[in-house]
Design a protein around this ligand. Structure first.
Ligand code: NAI
Ligand code: MG
Length: 493
């Protein structure tokens, strides 16, 4: 270590830094008491007659009642999507389709503060992330796919691309609006119609999006949104009028959907979990790498399928790396998602909190060493302190299973080959990170790591032009880029 690094390691953590509260105003969001289902361009009462509350995970305050769609409701939404597919949407020229997508993108930009506040309120993520990441990326997705809508013949020359038909799309709660954008933008660009089901804990931005769809004057039935739980999702998967299912969520449900669809001829893409390796070599710029480690696992409370949840540090720099990481962790501000200074917000649901707690207990029982910075948590709501485990063996549950929370497992390696072998020792294969000064090492690692997305000297970077998706139990099919259009098209071979 250099002398400067020694000095920095001894410098006290600035624990006395208190930030004045900087809450984002909530009044831009107008909540309804209850929300129906968006079918054929209208919000309608559910035939099921069932409703459920949705709340703020930071305060447990109920925000609204949301419809729980049953089989009949799902069928009505699929019928509306079919009618639009064969009716007005079929007559809409590709360049007109592009105009609708551009319109949606611009409306999302105009209303971005409203969406960002609602996203943080309903999902618990820090406002600085919903404002600076989720919203800009959601709009960028619509802009990007708008550009392809009238160029499909060029994108897939001589293959006569046609829409697949009615697409059933099921999304999770970690990036509610962004996952909606990932699903709806390419589907519409390719000329399909959709029935989308948001996750049960985060339906509100999808319901606000219905308003955007109306504002953009999209023909009724092109986008339908049915709220509900896993049973609603299952009805959508089973419905014979659906031509394609796109699912993002747990590996367990992904496998069940794949079994259900086997032999039906329905198209399927799955984006499932991950247990990514973030690999730091001894020649990496260490401060930068520490920022990348923190971003990799504590961004969005670790509710990220591509989170860098397994940190591999080269043995020769293990001690300085850990010292710097712990110092950095002590500066993370955990608390009110609507406060602009907050780094780590609320855990999305009680269920998810319990899952994190269970795995953290397992880590302690198996013999790993836990570190959590001193941290005062709010009394109400669902919270978990940013956590790092050292002394982790490859076989421990915390090194094998997806925790989907702010919990990092640290392992070490000596040689690049050992890093590759350990990193690939997982049933998943969604993403990985490599930190090194050597370009040749980046290329060699990228070719050996079995992961769909590999970041070099950065982490959790997303761009609509870049395909995203996994290997092995992380699923199949790509979202984003040209690759993301393929699953929404049929070709005359
Ligand atoms: P989940 O897979 O149950 O939920 C995701 C979506 O699928 C939700 O909209 C849900 O209503 C729906 N769904 C649930 N059961 C279904 C079924 N049988 N048929 C059709 N749709 C169904 O995920 P959950 O329970 O919320 O989280 C469990 C774990 O899954 C997390 O702890 C995390 O490890 C992982 N996960 C991974 C995500 C990713 O981005 N890859 C996102 C969410 C969860
Ligand atoms: Mg589940």
């Amino acid at each position: 270590m250099t002398e400067l690094e020694h000095k920095q390691d001894r410098a006290p953590v600035p624990a006395g830094w208190d930030y004045a509260p900087a809450p984002e105003a909530r009044d831009i969001v107008q909540l309804e008491e209850r929300y129906g289902l968006f079918v054929g361009g209208e919000l309608v009462e559910p035939r099921s007659g069932e409703w459920f509350p949705t709340l703020s995970p930071a305060t447990e305050e109920p925000l609204a009642q949301v419809a729980l769609a049953g089989a009949e409701d799902v069928a009505l939404a699929v019928d509306a999507a079919r009618e639009a597919l064969e009716g007005e949407w079929a007559k809409t020229t590709p360049s007109e389709r592009a105009k609708y997508l551009y319109r949606i993108a611009r409306i999302l930009q105009e209303r971005s503060r409203e969406f960002a506040v609602l996203e943080s309120l309903n999902g618990g993520k820090p406002i600085k992330e919903s404002r600076d990441v989720d919203l800009p990326l959601a709009a960028a997705h619509f802009f990007y796919y708008a550009g392809w809508a009238d160029k499909l013949e060029y994108a897939f020359p001589n293959r006569k691309p046609r829409p697949v038909g009615v697409c059933g799309q099921i999304i999770p709660w970690n990036f509610p609006l962004l996952m909606l954008a990932w699903k709806i933008a390419p589907a519409l660009a390719a000329g399909n119609t959709v029935v989308l089901k948001p996750a049960e804990t985060t339906p509100l931005t999808a319901l606000l999006f219905c308003d955007v769809v109306r504002q953009a004057e999209l023909p009724p039935g092109v986008v339908n949104i049915v709220t509900g739980d896993g049973s609603t999702g299952a009805h959508l998967v089973k419905h014979t009028g659906v031509d394609k299912i796109a699912f993002t969520g747990s590996t367990e449900v992904g496998k069940a959907i794949q079994r259900e669809l086997a032999g039906t001829g329905k198209k399927l893409t799955l984006e499932l979990g991950g247990k990514a390796a973030n690999i730091v070599f001894d020649d990496a710029a260490l401060d930068q790498a520490v920022e990348g480690i923190v971003n990799g696992i504590y961004f969005n409370q670790g509710h990220v399928c591509c989170a860098g949840s397994r940190l591999f540090v080269q043995e020769s720099i293990y001690e300085p790396a850990l010292a710097k990481l712990k110092r950095r962790m002590a500066t993370l501000r955990v608390g009110d998602p609507l406060d602009k200074n907050t780094d780590v917000g609320a855990i999305n649901s009680r269920m998810q909190l319990e899952k994190i707690q269970e795995l953290v207990e397992a880590g302690k029982d198996e013999g790993a060493e836990i570190y959590q910075p001193p941290c005062r948590l709010p009394e109400k709501g669902y919270w978990f302190v940013p956590t790092v485990f050292t002394n982790v063996a490859q076989s421990y549950r915390i090194a094998q299973e997806e925790i989907f929370g702010p919990v990092l497992s640290v392992l070490t390696f000596r040689t690049p080959d050992e890093a590759v072998e350990k990193a690939n020792n997982t049933p998943y294969g969604l993403s990985a990170g490599v930190w090194t000064e050597k370009g040749s090492r980046i290329l060699s690692m990228a070719s050996k790591l079995r992961a769909g997305v590999i970041w070099a000297n950065t982490y959790n970077r997303f761009d609509p032009t870049s395909p995203f998706g996994g290997y092995k139990e992380s699923g199949f099919g790509r979202e984003g880029g040209l690759h993301g259009l393929g699953p929404y098209l049929r070709f005359d071979e």
